[in-house]
Design a protein around this ligand. Sequence first.
Ligand code: MN
Length: 451
Amino acid sequence: MNDLRTFLDEIRRNDPQQLLTISEKTDKDYLPTGLALELEKRGKAPILLFEDLQGFGNMKLVANLFASRERMARSVGVQADDFFNKLSGCLDALLPAEHVSDGPVHEVIWLGSQADLTKLPIPRHFSEDAGPYITAGMVAARDPDTGVGNLAYARLQVKGPRLLGASLHSRQHLWDYFQRAQKAGKDLPVAVVIGAHPAVMLAAAAKMGMDEDEYDLAGALMGRPLELCRARTVDVNVPAHAEIVVEGCLLADTFEKEGPFGEYTGYATGRSTNNVLRVTAITMRESPIFVDIVPGNSSEHLILGGMSKQAWVHKRMKEALPFFMDFHYPPSGTHFHAFVRINKTAEGQPQQAAQLMFGLDHYLKLVIVVDSDINPASESDVLWAMATRMQADKDVAIIPNSLCNMLDPSSRDGVGAKMMVDATGSMKASFSRLTIPPETRQIVAQLLKGN
Ligand code: MN
């Protein structure tokens, strides 16, 4: 079965150090964020499973599923290095979902006034947030004209037992559906899916065509069709094995302040489309698992949010530049920094690579280009390359007045500067690193076995 529970069982069985179970009685608020961020400082990224939440009976909470690139890749059956290729391949080979009459997602049904968001363990994440937030809520909806399905994340603020504030801040397909429904004077029926197989959560973060359904990408990523059933009070499909679904409508004529909320920049922001979602039903499995995506500039939020765009950029860099090897977006730079590794065969290539990166990804503010012997995923390696292979008067260039991301607090209304740094060695001089003889490295490995 391709659902969240099976995935967690597999992790527990095959890779138990990837799962940190908190069996003590704990509060739902601030702890998922607090624990994930402290572990991140210590270089650790386990899945967090809260088993005993004060006041929530047999409901559990899982956070930090996507805090590790390796785990994200393995959840769809590949190694981290192959993840971008896997995603690109699946985008070209969608696997249509399978419709079933019903599923475990309807084991428990709260209708009308029974539906109560305050009975779900929806946490507060940062002191600066306006309230508790559903951060892993995938909003399923259907195109008001064509009926094609869409699945996309929206941040959802709990405002009352049956009221959510929503920001459709990425202004993509869901935003477009809402605009068209609104123009026709209609509310947009939606179902918020919380907790599903990681492939579904990855698909919801992907960018696809307007006529394509994210559920079909989930199927391709899992290698078998995703089972869907109809929600109870709205004409929207939901995964039959989802943990929790909140059904309702995005209201056409009501707007209300939503936020502030801790965003990926590491700051709280009140920028929002200020939508309102009125809840009509909540359905769930027995003993449901509430899923939380750690927000702010956590690894999880940055990895999941950046994955789709980075795959797109990676593919185009590969196609355009034969000397391009790979890149890494360090979490410290939110989505604004990238370290690019090239196999340099001519002067000027680092500048070409950097300019193409800026052209493909307008969020980027800083691109540092390094040689093939530098690991772009290691910040200290990249800074060492800057320290020893770069002269600022000739290796740094600044492009002014460029489009950037609105959430960058230092930008002027979405316009800012780009900086490219050529931290590659000159073709003339020798830049070979110090090395340890291979025999000694073998001995070292033996001495450190088990450490
Ligand atoms: Mn879409």
